[in-house]
Design a protein around this ligand. Sequence first.
Ligand SMILES: C[S@@+](CC[C@H](N)C(=O)[O-])C[C@H]1O[C@@H](n2cnc3c(N)ncnc32)[C@H](O)[C@@H]1O
Length: 134
Amino acid sequence: MQIVAERLCEAVDLRAGSRVLDVAAGNGNTTLAAARRWCDVTSTDKNPAVFETSRKRAEAECLKIKFVEADAEKLPFPDQSYDVVLSAFGVMMGERVIRELLAIKNEWIPLIYLLRLAAFILIMIAIVDKNRRA
Ligand SMILES: C[S@@+](CC[C@H](N)C(=O)[O-])C[C@H]1O[C@@H](n2cnc3c(N)ncnc32)[C@H](O)[C@@H]1O
């Protein structure tokens, strides 16, 4: 999971100071990867219990992160309030979720990131499957 988070942040070429929203953040791999790149990160999940782990991880690395309980299908943020919206293995491409992500960023770029990630996951599955057969 951590390596995917790092790869995702590299793929989107995060810049220091960018406002980043991590949707369905879970225990915070993507949140932390973005915060390590000096981004201003808001970490969201519909289950606030998961924040406990990422909060501890962030404290250990002296990273400042904002945690907000939020359902990906109804994000409580104004349109265009983030520079980058990320989600790794969080919400699996429901149409309503994609609409929400596009509204927050208001461009097609987040969708491209999600598709890239989906392609990366498919390639990993193919490699694992190939190794299992060998
Ligand atoms: C596999 S974990 C996420 C992994 C994480 N993104 C990472 O980078 O390591 C899946 C998370 O998605 C959250 N989730 C699932 N559906 C959601 C939704 N509709 N809105 C917000 N969070 C959701 C779950 O609570 C869970 O914490």
